[in-house]
Write a protein that binds this ligand. Structure first.
Ligand code: SAM
Length: 220
């Protein structure tokens, strides 16, 4: 239950210097804010790929399962130890329930990218409220994303793919990326190839359904 992990009362109460010690200056000033969030990060494959692609950007995974979170922590620490070029200092993970505590971690407009890769499908109609993309939760995601920020979703469950896309289409604060924008974004191809779940789907020759939307600046 939630009582097993600490819940920061506000983003100002999250000590990100523990997550990113190399980004703390000598006078203990923290020089950067987290910009990317991988929601339900699982085993952390996406973060690890993004770490070297965006070495100056801080990113955090949010994961509900305790053991999986501990595994990702160890995996990142091991990569930091063995990297001769000081890589992987920009990624970390927290154990939390992202459906409840996103605003406890991020300020308004703090994030430039959010990832929802292969989220749990919750097939039964009565469980749709447990889905990580919903009209209500998109309000929260629109709040923590800056104007121009991007939300990436992908799944191998067609019905869930349709659901995520239609929630995003209906929401006044999001617009779809164009085909050209999708092709020129280097992150898009990682959605399938970098995560453990995406690799499993690819090995089994499964189809994937993607929705990538931009947080717009205002409602006209
Ligand atoms: N994104 C990863 C990937 O593509 O390999 C993992 C996908 S896995 C099917 C879904 C993950 O979301 C699981 O690790 C699960 O524990 C996590 N999860 C489910 N609900 C969550 C929640 N409310 N908050 C944080 N993580 C959650």
């Amino acid at each position: 239950s939630d009582s097993h992990f600490p819940i920061p009362v506000s983003p100002a109460h999250v000590d990100y210097s523990l997550h990113f010690p190399k980004f703390v200056e000598a006078d203990n000033k923290f020089i950067k804010k987290v910009e990317f969030a991988d929601i339900g990060c699982g085993f952390g494959g996406l973060l690890i790929s993004l770490a070297t692609l965006f070495p100056d950007t801080l990113m955090i995974g949010m994961e509900l399962r305790d053991k999986v979170t501990e595994y990702v922590k160890e995996r990142i620490l091991a990569l930091r130890r063995t990297s001769s070029e000081g890589q992987y200092e920009n990624i970390s993970v927290v154990r939390t329930n992202s459906m409840k505590y996103i605003p406890n971690y991020f300020e308004k407009g703090q994030l430039s990218k959010m990832f929802f890769l292969f989220p749990d499908p919750h097939f039964k109609e009565k469980n749709h409220r447990r889905r990580v993309i919903s009209t209500h939760l998109l309000d929260e995601y629109a709040y923590v994303l800056r104007a121009g920020g991007i939300i990436y979703t992908i799944t191998d469950v067609e019905e869930l793919g349709e659901w995520m896309k239609s929630c995003l289409e209906k929401h006044p604060m999001f617009e779809s990326l164009t085909q050209e924008e999708l092709v020129s974004d280097p992150v898009v191809e990682l959605l399938c190839s970098a995560t453990e779940e995406g690799q499993k789907v690819a090995r089994n020759g499964g189809q994937t359904f993607r929705a990538v939307f931009r947080r717009i600046a205002y409602v006209s």
